[in-house]
Design a protein around this ligand. Structure first.
Ligand code: GLP
Length: 243
């Protein structure tokens, strides 16, 4: 695993955006696995800036997102569809038809998860997967559990996740209780993985996930088994990892 220590959030965002840019420049028709949450927002801003300067071209890129709330329409400003369009897709020249997320409005979980899993395979897999990290060690919406859930599936969100995400909704009651997410195997099949972490409140989970035992109780710990992971964090988030 490669670890890049950034001085602050802005520096973390630039470093992460540099890695994504390199991927797009080296393979203009790459498949990018994308993430939501507050951590990657700065990374997307930086990519948009470089696109506007003419340094980046997303016209050949295909994207697949990690997850989506079940039951939220695309027009809801808390859907990940809305987030991605707002933060990236509507601001660069990616072909909208080449951007993919699970369909939160498909009520048949089995059908939707099978469709999404099949889609990722049909694209030939993910070249670079961007990941944030939940406070309980979740990646995508793979919550801590007894086993690593392998493929795209429907999850019941844990109380802690609902709590953490309620800041974006009018109240905790409005946070959806379920989501569709790529599974651990789906994520682990990405050729390269880039994890972004920021802030002191992530320091404990970063140390646990990357330097503790590999266990489904900390879903991100599985990343220790991947052969091409880059962790980019600011000083606060990396403050508890062994020197
Ligand atoms: C959400 C997302 C994850 C994200 C995590 C951390 O629940 N499903 O993909 O990584 O929360 O979010 P943040 O970056 O806001 O801390």
């Amino acid at each position: 695993m490669k670890i890049y220590k950034a001085t602050d959030y802005k520096d973390m965002s630039r470093k992460a955006a540099n890695i994504i840019s390199a991927q797009v420049i080296m393979k203009p028709d790459c498949v990018l696995g994308l993430a939501t949450g507050s951590t990657p927002i700065g990374t997307y801003q930086q990519l948009v800036e470089w696109y506007k300067k003419g340094d980046l071209d997303f016209s050949g890129v295909t994207t697949v997102n990690l997850d989506e709330y079940k039951g939220l329409p695309r027009t809801n400003d808390q859907s990940y569809y809305y987030f991605m369009h707002q933060n990236l897709f509507d601001r660069v020249n990616v072909n909208p038809e080449s951007t993919h997320l699970p369909d939160g409005m498909e009520p048949d979980s089995e059908k939707e998860c099978a469709r999404y899993e099949e889609l990722i395979h049909s694209l030939g897999g993910v070249d670079l997967q961007l990941l944030g990290l939940g406070h309980n060690g979740h990646i995508g919406f793979n919550e801590p559990g007894e086993v690593f859930e392998k493929e795209t599936h429907c999850v019941n969100l844990q109380e802690r996740t609902i709590e953490a995400n309620k800041r974006f909704f009018a109240s905790a009651d409005e946070v959806p209780r379920q989501a569709y997410t790529m599974g651990i195997k789906t994520i682990m099949q990405a050729k390269k993985i880039l994890v972004v972490v920021s802030g002191e409140d992530k320091a404990d989970i970063v140390a646990k996930a990357f330097f503790g035992p590999v266990t489904p109780a900390v879903p991100a710990s599985i990343l220790q088994m991947h052969n091409d992971v880059t962790l980019v964090g600011d000083e606060a988030a990396l403050s508890k990892i062994p020197q």
